[in-house]
Design a protein around this ligand. Sequence first.
Ligand code: FES
Length: 493
Amino acid sequence: MAHFLPLSRVARLVGESRTVIQRMIHDGKLSTFDGMVDMNELLRVFPDVQWEDNGEFKRVEEIKAKAFARRVYEHALPDKEVLAERLFEMGREFAAAKTLLLHYDEVLRFLDDKLDDVTEAGAGVANPAVQQAVVDLKQWLRQELEARPKDTERAQSLLAQENVMRIMSAQVTVLPAGHEFSVEGNDTLLEAALRAGIPLNYGCSNGNCGECKARLVSGQVKKVHPHDFVLKDAEKADGAFLLCSYTAVNDVVVEAGVSGADDIPLQDISTRVKAVEMLNDRIAALHLTAPRSQRLHFLAGQRVTLTADGVSGEYYVASCPCEERHIELHIRRDNRPFSRHALADLAKEDVVRVDGPHGRFVMKLDSRRPVIFVAWEDGFAPIKSLVQHAMSLEIAESMSLYWVAGAVADSVGHYQENLCRAWADALDDFTYQALDTAAGTTAAIAESILAQHPDLYRADIYAAGPHAFLQALQAGALARGLSPLGWHGETIE
Ligand code: FES
């Protein structure tokens, strides 16, 4: 009996990213059927994976070891009713499989008896070839039934691992975009999607506005938070539900809107300073925390207006939208009023108002191509957010990051270089290169980046920096075959 697994679950089972699995499929190294992978194919392609050592088992062991300490319980396990439903669903599948096996057993016994009848009556059968064929068939049948199937132990481990995964999490496919993510712990579908970097439409995130309305195409969802927004009976009959109130019981397919830069409503959020972290003597990271009930809805690459004590300034968000309540901004030491105020006066727990988001320098979510990120000086802030967003989405075929900054006094320098190097160390398809602003003219620096990418015709470039540099980079890239649709530039002087 074939057992098929969705790609996201395959990636987690073998400990690879979805990008790697997709590339194997593209290269013909792993076969799929309707976008799913057969368990036997998985065992063939990954003969060395130790399924028992997989993170999911370890997580279960951790939970057991901590004796269901409240915090672990809340974060790692699904809502208890969802857990019960998943176990019930699995029990039903197990019962169906067992019933089928019992039926097959009966059929085989019947066949065995019939073959006995034929061989016993065989003395009278005129054709000895027919009689021999029946004897051979019976012998073959017995041998096959006694033999243990190949790879039994590995197949059992894989199935056990997959069952644990199905109890701990559910897979979600979003139509029509085709995004996939998994729902873990007692997350709602909205929380899980945002954590995975998928910007589904939403407004209040607490059941009041109806902006997160979606339609269930298949699978089962369960309400885990009450909502005041009223769905019409006809909508409910058509499968409508609110992503911020429901979680997935089993693997589900939903129809839901994904936000573009123009779809996100302007927000005005009162945040608290978590820390002002000096990254070097010329730039600081301002860490803000949004209220529990009002996280900032934005896309990677966008900017916001900050106001504290009547002083305002506009800055790019450097954190990923997947980071829940944390908002990071890079504040350069300069003469702008907010910069001076932030670096001199802001302290932990101070209130900072955040208005926004603004801007269209955002990630193309449907691109499965190599992505080149280029930051000039503190243009690194939006690029950092985009890189983290691309990592959480796992859609880019490969990522190359170039950061141009100088060592002179008016430069911010490569102020988070360790982080960039850590990304390059941790990810197979991620490269990082630091470039010096003094290495040549802007055109020469642009050229030195582009010379490393001979196949620009199927790439996306996201670049943030001064106009002259972007102009040189864009012209050079288009001349080397970049599609105009693959260019995404943000001027930051
Ligand atoms: S986001 Fe407002 S109801 Fe779900």
